[in-house]
Write a protein that binds this ligand. Structure first.
Ligand SMILES: [Zn+2]
Length: 621
């Protein structure tokens, strides 16, 4: 039996295979380069993405939230209202606030450094005042085209009034009260502005007068109305401070706010973080963090999750491997590349495939493994390519599985007879029988390609049936509330006397709709040669049920459970843990077939055992 934990909503059931370039590799993991970090669990749940929530969170500014934690914030209109420029400024201001002395009023003009060639510079007028609970910060963002630094004229200058009209704001107690005692400063300012009145721009002007510094913002507009051409704003006394955003500021968004405020019971009071997303485009980074947060909130820890996540609203799913490491509260993300469509498997992954063999041995192997096709080619490569084409063309048809593997993929009418006559199921358990889709049969082909010849021989005469939903409830305790049946293997054993006395096992695998869930998962990873392979979640259900078939036909299952007891190995999927006496073996079997790399890293003893099994006399674990 195979049940899925109900958490899913995006639909696909295709197979991914491809040789995709790696963006990150295990070796580039910053935590530890040489020794693999093991996790206990393989996460089999999918996450229900909520594209709107993802979008909203990603648009929310991390730095606004961060500043609001630090200060009582008042932001005046000005500068860009959204986007990376604004985040650069906000992050730099947040950093500046951290650097100020608590309990002192401070402020002035902050100019953002490190904006490269961009024409407009970000700046802000800030006024930070101590208060009872947290300090109050007034923040007025400014976009600056040009910065002008001047020295005040001779202090004896009496006349400051310009010969042109202008508007003014921000002068303490009004412009007269400011400019009378500071006539030299005002005179310098308006003299500098005169020649550039008709050149529209936003300018930051500083004027040094003795040991004093004053800052002004002059906005000149292109307008016929000369009285509205210039607005002069007094920004304050004091130095202009150059500030820079902290490194990596642009990686943060509203999802980080949630990540940092996420606290699970019993965990050390430190924020979770996601690493490995640094080089990703913003929308992918957002998607990965969103997925990581969703898993964290649903309780995933000490686990590996293979996710296939749609990037943006119309984006193609991308493959990522996430690991949830509880010790340092870190989720590592590894990018495996885009999902390739249409998705087919690769016969070169078949165990026993003769790599780099000459034409003769390649042809022999293909004849033996794929008796139902007759590929041609003048070289091994041509032969393999032609075989792959023939398999891809045939694998959507149930007849292929009969001809090549001696497996029976039944349509609804024959399925009904099989379930009634061999397994004696009542009519109410035989409703909703249907056909496998072409894509589902390609998935089946991929599962079979993951099996070596001995395993395949053991699967012979298995019957596969597709049914909408199961009438069978899950028998497993409280967890049953969350699970829905995805597959089931019916087994009937008969003692047969002819030609010689032996046991005959009739196995029927039923795959239910829940096995083709709207899933954001895949199963697979990176092969030893660096290529990425991935199976749809239904492959895991199929492989799991084949695990039940072999356990009923050979003593492999019994030997596995004996080894599990001796080696103290704990189940590593939720489903295996829900009923370890019967479900651990099929779960381990499925993972070994479809994600051997994961078993190799996380359960190396089991991997060695399973690999040895493949080269030993039949059924010896
Ligand atoms: Zn099962």
């Amino acid at each position: 039996m195979y049940s899925l934990y109900r958490m899913t909503s995006i639909h696909w059931r295709a197979i991914l295979i491809g040789t995709l370039a790696a963006i990150f590799s295990v070796a580039s993991n910053p935590l530890r380069a040489d020794e693999p970090i093991r996790v206990h669990w393989y996460e089999t749940r999918g996450i229900t993405p909520d594209p709107q929530a993802e979008l909203d969170w990603s648009k929310a500014s991390y730095w606004i939230a961060r500043l609001q934690n630090q200060v009582e914030l008042t932001v005046f209109n000005g500068g860009p209202q959204v986007g990376p420029d604004r985040d650069a400024l906000l992050s730099a201001v947040s950093r500046w606030v951290s650097s100020t002395k608590p309990g002192e009023r401070t402020g002035g003009v902050l100019v953002l450094d490190g904006q490269g060639e961009s024409r407009q510079k970000m700046a802000a007028r800030v006024d930070l005042q101590p208060a009872a609970e947290k300090p109050r910060l007034e923040l007025e963002p400014l976009s600056i085209d040009e910065r002008i630094d001047l020295n005040a004229r001779d202090q004896s200058t009496p006349e400051w009034r310009p010969q042109y009209a202008f508007m003014h704001s921000g002068f303490p107690s009004g412009i007269e009260a400011y400019c009378e005692p500071n006539a030299a400063v005002c005179s310098t300012l308006f003299a500098a502005l005169g020649p550039i009145l008709t050149k529209p721009a936003s300018r930051l002007i500083t004027i040094a007068s003795g040991s004093d510094r004053f800052a002004f913002h002059a906005l000149t507009r292109d307008t016929q109305d000369e009285s509205k051409r210039l607005t002069v704003r007094y920004l304050g006394a004091g130095v202009v401070t150059t500030v820079a955003p902290p490194e990596g500021f642009e990686e943060k968004d509203g999802i980080d706010v949630r990540l940092e405020s996420f606290r699970a019971r019993g965990e050390p009071d430190a924020p979770w973080q996601v690493t490995g997303t640094r080089n990703l485009p913003r929308e992918e980074r957002t998607a990965v963090k969103y997925a990581a947060l969703s898993y964290l909130e649903s309780g995933t820890r000490n686990a590996h999750a293979d996710i296939a996540w749609p990037v943006g609203t119309l984006g193609k799913p991308m493959l990522y491997a996430l690991r949830f490491l509880p010790d340092n509260k870190t989720v590592t993300a590894q990018t495996l590349g885009p999902m390739q469509l249409p998705l087919r498997c690769d016969l070169r992954r078949t165990p026993g495939f003769p790599r780099n063999a000459a034409l003769g041995p390649t042809a022999d192997w293909l004849r033996h493994r794929y008796p139902a096709i007759h590929p041609s080619g003048r070289t091994s490569e041509e032969l393999i390519a032609n075989a792959q084409e023939l398999i891809d063309a045939k694998a959507g048809d149930p007849a292929w599985f009969r001809d090549n593997y001696r497996l029976a993929v039944l349509g609804p009418r024959r399925a009904d007879i099989r379930l009634a006559e061999v397994h004696e199921l009542p009519a109410e358990q035989r409703g909703g029988l249907k056909r496998f889709t072409t894509e589902e049969l390609h998935t089946l082909e991929c599962v079979l390609e993951a099996m070596g010849d001995r395993l395949l021989a053991r699967m012979r005469d298995t019957v596969l049936i597709r049914q909408a939903a199961s009438e069978v409830g899950s028998p497993f305790g409280e967890l049953a509330k969350q699970v829905v049946l995805a597959g089931h293997t019916f087994t009937r054993t008969q003692e047969v006397s002819e030609p010689s006395p032996h046991r005959q096992v009739h196995s029927t695998i039923v795959i239910y709709d829940a096995a083709a869930p709207p899933a954001t998962r895949f199963i697979g990873g990176r092969d030893n040669d660096g290529s990425v392979y991935a199976y749809a979640p239904m492959a895991q259900v199929m492989a799991h049920e084949f695990g039940h078939v072999i356990a009923s036909r050979a003593s492999l299952g019994d030997q596995f459970y004996k080894w599990v007891a001796e080696s103290d190995t704990e189940p590593f999927t939720r489903y295996a843990a829900s009923n370890p006496q019967t479900e651990f073996f099929p779960e381990a079997f499925a993972l070994y077939l479809l994600d051997p790399g994961w078993i190799q890293v996380n359960y190396p003893d089991l991997f060695v055992r399973a690999r040895a099994y493949a080269s030993r006399p039949p059924d010896h674990w």
